[in-house]
Design a protein around this ligand. Structure first.
Ligand code: 5AD
Length: 347
């Protein structure tokens, strides 16, 4: 008990902890310690960012994927997934709708679609920047070559989300057939070298994970110092090999959000869709644990049901771009509000 609250105090004051103490906190954190850490994370967030919560328009540009990640509903082997690809015009249409709603960041996310060539993608990014020069383009398109990342950066994309998924190379290999942890880290290093604001992160509660691997996730991110950190609970998708595994825990996700905020005071940390899907109050609880970003869904409503990374994924109401007014009302209930700025990283 004493050791736990001392660890919490050290984390608050120093922004880091040795591995053993992180493991201990992740396994034995009692409710008072959790609330104390969440309070400290909340104060850190308010001190840096005030009461504003940044919003990003999430455009799911396609669900064709060459990978076969065991947890993911759009994995290659899922024959039941109905595949789609948005055209450039459809994506520009999403941006237009999003701009009118006040969004100033567009996140283009999709599976690793081999037919998504650099040329058309660079052209699309450049066109978005031409039409809406006051907006940021974030990419979340998985592993690509360094030359590709460079070309897309030159076209005008300035942020890239690539979760490391797990710091444990063996667990990484087990969850991602044919992929390697080393290559993942090379991609992240390349993104940072090029100058992207880079996002990392992991799911909480994916089978095979434990307090040790989670502590290693925290230490890996401490080493890379990403500008953005995305974490959310693992949620089973019934058509995948992990379809019967239990969902990740709300409590552990909130604890990790608080720890991450204390370790990365300036990072942009979303209350993710997975967290909002896990629990009705998930989004607000995440914000009250140190998150400061929400990513409402801006995909064409007809395609949203097809981007099924996990079952029951929230994509309407407050998780939808059309629901920004409702989102703002929910934020006001916890003393926060939408910040419509671009919300670039400020270290
Ligand atoms: N549950 C929760 N998150 C998932 N992701 C993929 N599948 C799931 C799932 N079943 C996350 C991965 C990926 C991000 C886009 O979505 O961490 O990086």
């Amino acid at each position: 008990m004493r050791a736990r609250s001392e660890a919490a105090e050290r984390l608050e004051n120093e922004g880091t902890l040795p591995r053993e103490e992180l493991v201990q906190l992740l396994t034995e954190c009692d409710d008072p310690t959790l609330e104390r850490l969440r309070g400290a994370a909340r104060r850190t967030t308010l001190g840096r960012f005030g009461d504003g919560i940044y919003v990003r328009g999430l455009i799911e540009i396609g669900n064709v994927c060459r990978n076969d990640c065991l947890y993911c509903g759009i994995r290659r082997s899922n024959r039941e997934a109905e595949r789609y690809r948005l055209t450039s015009d459809e994506i520009l249409g999403c941006c237009e709708r999003g701009y009118a709603l006040g969004l100033r960041t567009f996140v283009l996310q999709g599976g690793e679609d081999p037919s998504l060539g650099d040329g058309p993608l660079a052209e699309l990014i450049a066109e978005i920047r031409r039409r809406w020069p006051d907006c940021a383009v974030t990419l979340s398109l998985g592993e690509r070559s360094e030359a590709s990342y460079e070309r897309l950066f030159r076209a005008g994309a300035t942020r890239y989300l690539l979760r490391h998924e797990t710091a444990d190379p063996e667990l990484y290999a087990a969850l991602h057939p044919g992929m390697s942890h080393a290559r993942r880290l090379e991609c992240l290093a390349a993104l940072q070298r090029i100058g992207y604001q880079t996002g990392m992160g992991m799911m909480v509660g994916v089978p095979g994970q434990n307090a040790g691997t989670l502590a290693d996730d925290l230490l890996l991110m401490e080493r890379f110092r990403p500008e953005m950190i995305g974490i959310g609970p693992f949620l089973p998708q019934r058509q995948t090999p992990l379809g019967d595994a239990p969902a990740g825990s709300l409590r552990l996700t909130l604890l990790l959000l608080a720890i991450l905020r204390l370790m990365h005071p300036a990072a942009l940390i979303p209350a993710t869709t997975a967290l909002a899907t896990l629990a009705p109050e998930g989004r607000n609880l995440g914000i009250l644990s140190g998150a400061n970003v929400v990513m409402p869904n801006l995909s064409p409503p007809a395609e949203r049901k097809k981007y099924v990374l996990y079952d029951h994924k929230a994509a309407f109401g407050c998780e939808a771009a059309e629901g920004l007014a409702a989102l703002d009302r929910e934020l006001h209930a916890i003393g926060r509000r939408i910040d419509y700025g671009r919300g670039d990283y400020r270290g």
